[in-house]
Design a protein around this ligand. Structure first.
Ligand SMILES: Nc1ncnc2c1ncn2[C@@H]1O[C@H](COP(=O)(O)OP(=O)(O)OP(=O)(O)O)[C@@H](O)[C@H]1O
Ligand SMILES: Nc1nc2c(c(=O)[nH]1)N=C(CO)CN2
Length: 161
């Protein structure tokens, strides 16, 4: 069994309803047990050019799960749940009904065509680090350091709902 951190984000549609449904679908997945759900944070959309105040704002958070699935199988499940909720990939870092990212699986390191772990950008995103800290104040990102320090250093702004 592994412990995994999954980040969720949504900035289109009924964000709360989509996130609640996605968490329920994750919890109903065979081989996945929901351990914790973080508080939800609001933040402005980060795009390639920086913060985009014109784009709809995001709701973000994380869940901690215990899972018997291999990381790639868990990723496939996350992508399937995104698809159910109408996630369409157009522009890079574009607006989306639902984003589910695999952030960490027991500190293991993977770097292949489909999956990079720990998630390569989580270390600099307060919208991931703040809720992660809520569910695990002692969390560490392999190769980056304690989530508490990284969260203090992150420059994006998040507000707890
Ligand atoms: N740790 C990971 N979690 C989720 N997807 C990953 C991960 N590592 C690699 N990927 C790959 O990234 C692909 C594209 O992901 P996606 O479109 O959700 O990126 P994004 O959410 O727009 O950007 P970001 O990865 O910066 O959050 C996925 O199809 C998946 O194969
Ligand atoms: N505030 C916020 N901005 C983002 C987010 C996100 O989840 N929250 N996700 C992105 C790509 O995954 C790009 N920008």
């Amino acid at each position: 069994m592994s412990r995994a951190i999954i980040a969720f984000g949504a900035n289109l549609g009924d964000r709360e309803a989509t996130i609640a449904a996605a968490i329920r679908e994750l919890a109903e997945t065979e081989g996945v047990d929901l351990l914790q759900v973080s508080p939800v944070y609001e933040s402005a959309a980060i795009k390639d050019a920086g913060v985009d105040h014109e784009a709809p704002g995001y709701l973000n958070g994380v869940v901690a799960v215990e899972t018997a699935l291999e990381p790639h199988d868990l990723l496939d499940r996350l992508l399937a749940i995104e698809a159910v909720h109408g996630r369409v990939r157009t522009e890079h870092w574009g607006d989306r009904t639902l984003d589910l990212d695999l952030i960490d699986v027991d500190g293991c390191r993977i770097d292949d065509d489909r999956l990079v772990l720990p998630h390569p950008r989580a270390w600099q995103r307060a919208f991931v680090l703040a809720p992660w800290l809520d569910v695990d104040p002692d969390a560490v990102i392999a190769g980056r350091g304690p989530v508490a320090r990284l969260r203090a250093e992150a420059s994006d702004e998040v507000t707890r709902r």
